[in-house]
Design a protein around this ligand. Structure first.
Ligand code: ADP
Ligand code: MG
Length: 561
């Protein structure tokens, strides 16, 4: 692949047999982890910049999302892959905080290097990191605030904190509102207590060519489809919808496939017979009471004409997932045969086709639809794609907050608070493990440092100010990336689900500890020459292309103790 992200700051293993041991193995691992983090570091936070990734087939992605960048780089280096897995695990478990997770894991390794240089044993560092992670979780518990799922303003703040930097810009208020409304409409109370966000019932349809401000939320769903025949109605108020997953046509076998036509009379008869069958098919549909047909496959021309004649609105080639979604939302059945079709199989809704934007909307007639569609609009394909990723992340953040009901202050506040506690603990613990605890505390502070750097502020000044605030007035002081001010981020609505942070800490420590225990990296592509080509990648000993790394980050003169 070729790519816009280039660099030469890191030596990846080459194709020949190569073995790195002890110190050089550790150095290699740490350098690679740093390089992975450097590829995403500049995207962190609301002022983070985007990456443009161009694959070898010319496909361009412009993105600000950590996992997206790392996955698209197709990195083969085994160490790099392990760091990327941190982001993937974070994505899977929480769906937000991927960049933070990678930066934190890499920082733990970088800080461990200094301890290794002082001959602190890797297992001592690991132990210290695990201890610190436990303490961090306890401290987190003391910072979290419970939220009420009815607290719409708070939920919007969570959405907004998550979506900033993802091309939402001036529209983040509007989009956050849509996100929260959509989620609330599919949130159900669990019998055993708590809430469940039924996210499969939220659909996102994208449309290019308008401002994100024009994005909207519809109850039910919209299809980028038009009625299949001009003479069909475009609006059906009291729609009874048939969902059909096979072609709407008369069966080939019914019209004798081997027919040989000798005279015009015979042909006429044959056509008549065919027409009758079409008529019968449409009549069956009509008899059930259906006045809208959504078909997953094609609709025969003859059938189209008869449906139109009967005043039935029909749409063809509706995606399977959409048919499935509608079944749930409307409580309809999906049929593959009209035999036995009854009114009970149909879904009730209001259907209307908007000629101007070419969308067919199907809104449930229930008061509160359990199934909504977001029509996401943006100026260009790239903009819409990135917005969609942003919306997705914000969905995850809000869903996590609703299900867990615990939130923490953002803008680095949580990281600085935990860092402070762990530094205090380190004093008490003493011994060599205390060094690891301090290294952990430093690693957490990388988050506000990078947030400040990306927003154009001096990371050292910001960190000093943050630390001072935390000594003076509690644990909610974070940096506002817009102004560089230190604020109570709970108060100013820069808030995140607690699970983002617990997962960042757990996966960061796991990855760092795993990598710290490696003292031998063997690169030997010829060792797996007997394996099929596509397996080579999965070897722990494979290699990355040399030009995939981001520009090295330089703001590291710092405050470490
Ligand atoms: P990630 O992939 O880790 O979620 P993001 O680019 O989404 O990375 O950035 C998340 C970080 O940005 C969090 O630490 C969050 O608290 C912070 N953040 C979000 N909005 C603001 C803001 N207005 N001011 C300061 N920090 C913010
Ligand atoms: Mg995020």
């Amino acid at each position: 692949m070729s790519n816009v992200i280039k660099n030469s700051s890191i030596q990846l293993l080459n194709d020949d047999y190569q073995e790195l041991q002890d110190k050089s193995a550790q150095t290699h691992i740490i350098r690679v982890a740093e390089a992975v983090a450097d590829a995403v570091r500049s995207t962190l936070g609301p002022k983070g910049l985007d990456k443009m990734i161009v694959t070898s087939n010319g496909q361009v992605t412009i993105t600000n999302t950590g996992t997206d960048i790392l996955q698209k780089l197709h990195i083969n280096d085994p160490v790099a892959k392990m760091v990327i897995e941190v982001a993937e695990a974070q994505q899977l478990e929480v769906g937000d905080g991927t960049t933070t997770a990678v930066i934190f894991a890499s920082e733990l390794l970088r800080n461990a290097e200094k301890l290794l240089e002082q001959n602190v044993h890797p297992t001592t560092i690991s132990r210290g990191y695990s201890l610190a992670a436990d303490r961090a979780t306890e401290e987190l518990d003391s910072i979290v605030r419970q939220i009420d799922v009815e607290d719409v303003d708070m939920l919007r703040s969570i959405a907004k904190t998550s979506i900033t930097g993802k091309h939402a810009d001036a529209n983040d208020d509007h989009l956050s509102e849509i996100i929260v409304e959509a989620i609330r409409s599919v949130t159900v109370e669990r019998e055993e207590g708590g809430y469940l966000v039924d996210d499969p019932f939220i659909m996102i349809e994208t449309q290019v060519g308008d401002s994100p401000k024009a994005s909207e939320l519809l109850e039910g769903m919209v299809l980028d489809k038009s009625p299949v025949h001009d003479a069909m109605p475009t609006t059906v108020e009291d729609a009874r919808i048939l969902l059909f997953n096979r072609p709407l046509q008369i069966e080939e076998t019914e019209v004798s496939a081997t027919l040989s036509i000798k005279d015009p009379e015979q042909l006429k008869n044959h056509l008549k017979q065919e027409e009758k069958q079409v008529q019968r098919l449409v009549q069956r549909i009509k008899d059930s009471g259906a006045n809208v047909v959504l078909c997953q496959k094609a609709i025969d021309e003859g059938v189209q004409a008869y449906l139109a004649k009967e005043g039935i609105l029909a749409v063809r080639r509706v995606k399977r997932e959409h048919i499935g979604f509608l079944r749930e939302v409307l409580g309809a059945s999906i049929l593959s045969d009209v035999d036995g079709l009854t009114g009970r199989d149909l879904g009730r809704a209001q259907v209307s086709y908007d000629e101007q934007d070419g969308l067919l909307s199907i809104s449930s007639r229930e008061d509160k639809a359990h199934g909504v569609t977001i029509i996401l609009r943006g100026a260009t394909d790239h903009a819409v794609d990135e917005l969609e990723r942003g919306i997705d992340t914000a969905f995850n953040a809000v869903s996590q907050a609703i299900m867990d009901q615990r939130i923490v202050p953002g803008g680095g506040a949580t990281e600085v608070a935990i860092s402070k506690t762990i530094r205090n603990d380190a004093e008490e613990i003493g011994g060599r493990e205390q060094l690891a605890l301090k290294a952990f505390a430093d690693a957490l502070e990388e988050v506000p440092r990078v947030l400040a750097t990306n927003a154009g502020f001096d990371p050292i000044e910001i960190l000093v100010a943050l630390r001072n605030s935390h000594t003076e007035n509690g644990e909610t002081a974070g940096v506002d990336a817009d102004t560089g001010d230190i604020k109570d981020t709970f108060e100013s609505g820069i808030v995140e689900p607690a699970r983002v942070k617990t997962s960042v800490i757990a996966s960061g420590v796991d990855a760092a500890n795993l990598l710290l225990r490696i003292d031998n990296v063997i690169s030997a592509s010829h060792l797996d020459e007997t394996e099929p080509d596509d397996e080579k990648d999965s070897s722990v000993l494979s290699h990355a292309p040399e030009d995939v790394w981001g520009t090295p980050y330089s703001a590291h003169e710092d405050l470490r103790e």
